[in-house]
Design a protein around this ligand. Structure first.
Ligand code: SAM
Length: 298
């Protein structure tokens, strides 16, 4: 089926984001589905490469051809598959196995060939920038569910001492590479492999505290012992464990991308702190799904 005004829709979406794409930042959502009049289609720039994500078994050839006219390395990812696979190269030059993207001048190691996720969640860009502005040299930041550690990189760039915590050794190694890529030594920082709940209990027992804690868990996860975490049921418990490890005057950044929960319902799970909810970055024009709340403790 032909899409009316497709060329115009794409060029309007790109020109709306012109000011966001700077020599310092090339990790941007370029088309955000219905928010840019192209329901069901997400186009993102990762360094020199573009990735289009859709549901369903194929990409509309008209969209593929229109995007192909920009001559960029273009990859396609299917959003609705159970077996989550790496994106497929569909036009333009291919990207190397690993390449680099930039967010506010910081380098991030990326890949379109290392599974379903590309190495950074770009919807956290504004939260990372806020953390970088807030944190002071020598303060401590615990980045839980850290993935490739980009919150840690951002905080370390502002002089913080970071602890990067994730279940996956592959992602912890990727985080170390991100430190090196930015001229910072991973040896000056801490890395914890394992379950966030386990580590938070352990830190609390040791009376170890942090000035900032980042809590951005997946909606559903299973730890190394097979125990299940569900945002709707378990977030409050996770937040309380983190609160036990926060230094006086410290902050938790509490996030979830669980769509079925409103910001009000989410905030009702966050006790004992002054709460300040944040908006999503301006390139995310479809209905906002990421809930982010800075919780400041007395
Ligand atoms: C949604 S991502 C987190 C996004 C990340 N905060 C960011 O902004 O880049 C999920 C990450 O959580 C990790 N993870 C899942 N369950 C975990 C658990 N119980 N403890 C620690 N890490 C976990 C996964 O290995 C993965 O790297």
């Amino acid at each position: 089926m032909s899409i009316p005004r497709l060329e115009e829709i794409i060029s309007n979406s790109l020109s709306k984001r012109k000011t966001l794409q700077t020599p310092e930042t090339n990790l941007i959502r370029l088309i955000d589905g219905a928010g840019d009049n192209l329901r069901g289609h997400i186009l993102e720039s990762y360094g020199d490469g573009w990735m289009i994500s859709t549901s369903g078994p194929g990409l509309n050839p008209e969209i593929r051809d229109q995007l192909g006219r920009y001559g960029k390395p273009l990859y396609w990812k299917r959003l609705d598959q159970h077996q989550k696979e790496s994106p497929v190269h569909i036009s333009g030059p291919g990207m190397p196995k690993f390449f680099t993207g930039l967010e506010n001048g910081l380098k991030c190691r990326l890949s379109f060939q290392s599974g379903y996720s590309q190495g950074i969640f770009i919807d956290q860009r504004d939260n990372r920038a806020a953390l970088r502005d807030m944190v002071k040299r020598g303060q401590t930041v615990l980045n839980t569910f850290a993935y490739t550690g980009f919150f840690s990189i951002t905080a370390a760039a502002a002089g913080a001492v970071t602890s990067t915590l994730d279940l996956s050794q592959v992602y912890l190694d990727w985080a170390r590479e991100n430190f090196c890529l930015n001229g910072m030594s991973p040896e000056d920082h801490h890395f914890c492999k394992g379950d966030t709940f386990h580590w938070l209990r352990r830190f609390a027992k040791q009376a170890r505290t942090f000035d900032y804690i980042i809590l951005d868990p997946p909606t559903f996860s299973r730890d190394d012992k097979g125990r299940v975490f569900r945002v709707e049921k378990d977030y409050g418990r996770l937040f309380d464990l983190a609160a036990a490890c926060i230094a006086p005057g410290g902050k938790i950044l509490a996030c979830t991308n669980y769509r079925a929960m409103s910001t009000t319902e989410f905030m009702a799970q966050l006790n004992g702190a002054k709460l300040s909810p944040e908006k999503m970055p301006e390139d995310f024009t479809d209905s906002p799904y990421l809930k982010s709340v800075w919780a400041t403790f007395p």
